[in-house]
Design a protein around this ligand. Structure first.
Ligand code: NDP
Length: 503
């Protein structure tokens, strides 16, 4: 159990994670006795905090506070002032990076070292990047010459109250990816993080309050999807919904948002291919570098990143060398408690581990060979945790369920192709289209394959390299819309054209 309240939490045994409504911690919005959700640490199974269990009353209060704030002092803030606020919040998070990384590790089971080098720095970068974007934003002017003509110019206006719904795998990283551009463009927000990983969302609420955000601009309601997420999406006071999560949930979010024509962005699931051509591994050093990229793509964050390369497609004449080295490297990954020097921590929950193990059973039933995928020994990892060693599934068709359904865990299915056309056919046969990584030294092939892959993001000879100016999002059932750079500024603002007669 945690020693004290996490940043933004309230003292208690265990500590309490309240909602934040109108810049204040709140347990219930209508005076009823609070109900609670246990916040479990997946690596130990222990209750690390109690979360206030929100419902429609809290959603209504949060949306009300956010609507009121749209016409309060916040409406008069300049872009430069909003940018300074985001920079102040970034500095506050950065100053507590170690504490936040430990919190993220405890709450999600991921290695604390990973949170310290990826999740928290990226959250800080999100705030700083969109502070810069607000400062440098400019809008077009369409001038049509002298007297008697027209001058058209474009204004960006806030959209209104934004509902920001996030999953458990990259809690603060993904929440700030939405909050920062929403605030940079002058909106107000109501956030609904996953109830599995609420800790750093509460810390963000405290950081924004400390940075000087006016009342009601940032609101946070904890709770379950059907009790908080669904009423939030349907709420008539909400004008925009940005949702990151599973494809099935995304489908119901889209249906609920459609009748009131809310602006909508959906970042959904993935089943991404890592495509390795033989030309990329023509030396031992190249083989090492490529396989290390493929292992990273498959198992970072226990394979629980929507961008993970969970299908490994290898050209026939390099298949044995690549797969042999891949299995060696996979077996060497250290799995254990988040605070230790490990490559992989715990999965998010026991239920999720059972789902992943179910796919490994299915792979065997379908005639595949499963390498790895065991629960680690108690000497490696605490027994109460949801740990699982990484697994590779060999010998199955690229069309089987294990190779086409999103498992969202440390499982990679391995397939062989004989030429470029077959590589593309295998890569594109799934219903998802989020990302892919291609490994080749042939420039013409790199461009050809990148253009033909059905994916929103293609990495060539790298994986998870993110430039925040670039568009992020998927095709097919991986989502609708793009966020990132100017795409976020467009999504989180309404553009208005003003046409001025010059005579
Ligand atoms: P879910 O879809 O289960 O949940 C996402 C969020 O939506 C949670 O906060 C959840 O609350 C909430 N929610 C659930 N039901 C509803 C509803 N009816 N209306 C509104 N909100 C609702 O995803 P997971 O949390 O399990 O996250 C894993 C998924 O997220 C994977 O499929 C992964 O691929 C995807 N993902 C996509 C990314 C991308 O950028 N494309 C990035 C990261 C993850 P609750 O937790 O209470 O259910």
């Amino acid at each position: 159990m945690s020693a004290g309240p996490s940043w933004g939490g309230l003292p208690g045994d265990p500590p309490i994670l309240p909602h934040w409504i109108g810049n204040r911690p709140v347990l219930t919005a209508d005076g009823r006795d609070p109900a609670w959700i246990d916040d479990l640490a997946p690596a130990t199974g222990r209750v690390r905090a109690r979360i206030a269990r929100g419902g429609p009353a809290e959603v209504d209060a949060a949306v009300g506070a956010a609507r009121a704030a749209l016409t309060g002092p916040w409406a008069g803030w300049t872009a430069a002032a909003r940018a300074e606020l985001l920079d102040r919040a970034a500095a506050l998070l950065e100053a507590r990076l170690d504490e936040l990384a430990a919190l993220e590790g405890e709450d999600s089971g991921k290695p604390v070292a990973l949170a310290a080098r990826m999740d928290i720095p990226r959250a800080v970068a999100n705030l700083r990047f969109f502070a810069g974007a607000a400062r440098h934003d400019h809008t077009p002017c369409h001038a049509d010459g002298g007297p008697g003509r027209r001058l058209n110019y474009t204004l960006r206006r806030p959209v209104g109250v934004c509902a920001l719904i996030t999953p458990w795998n990259l809690p603060l990283y993904l929440l700030t990816w939405k909050v920062a551009p929403a605030l940079a463009m002058g909106n107000t927000v109501v956030c609904k993080p996953s109830e599995l990983t609420p800790a750093t969302a509460t810390a963000l609420a405290a950081a924004l309050a400390e940075a000087g955000l006016p009342d009601g601009v940032f609101n946070l309601v904890h709770g379950y999807g059907p009790e908080v997420g669904a009423p939030l999406v349907a709420h008539p006071g909400v004008s925009l919904v940005s949702f990151t999560g599973g494809t099935a949930t995304g489908r119901s979010v889209a249906a609920a948002a459609a009748p009131s024509f809310k602006k909508l962005s959906l970042e959904l699931g993935g089943k991404n291919a890592t495509v390795i051509f033989a030309d990329a591994v023509d030396s031992e050093a190249a083989l090492d570098a490529v396989v290390s990229g493929a292992v990273r793509a498959a198992f970072t964050n226990q394979g629980q990143i929507c961008l993970c390369g969970s299908r490994l497609l290898v050209e026939g004449r390099a298949y044995d060398r690549v797969v042999g080295r891949f299995l060696q490297r996979m077996a060497a990954l250290r799995v254990g408690p988040p605070e230790a020097a490990v490559d992989m921590g715990s999965l998010i929950s026991h239920a999720h581990r059972e789902k992943v193990e179910g796919y490994l059973r299915l792979a065997r039933e379908e005639g595949g060979v499963v390498v790895g995928g065991e629960r680690p020994s108690p000497a490696e990892a605490p027994e109460g945790g949801a740990f699982l060693r990484p697994a590779a599934v060999l010998g199955l068709s690229p069309r089987c369920r294990v190779a086409t359904e999103e498992i969202f865990g440390p499982v990679v299915s391995v397939h062989r192709f004989e030429d470029e056309a077959e590589a593309l056919e295998q890569a594109n046969l799934v219903r998802y289209g989020l990302a892919a990584s291609v490994w080749t030294t042939q420039l013409d092939r790199a461009h050809r394959v990148a253009a033909a892959l059905e994916a929103g993001i293609v990495w060539v000879n790298c994986w998870l390299e993110r430039d925040l100016r670039t568009p992020f999002g998927g095709v097919k059932e991986s989502g609708v819309g793009r966020e990132g750079g100017d795409w976020s500024l467009d999504f989180y603002s309404e553009v208005r054209n003003v046409c001025l007669a010059l005579s």
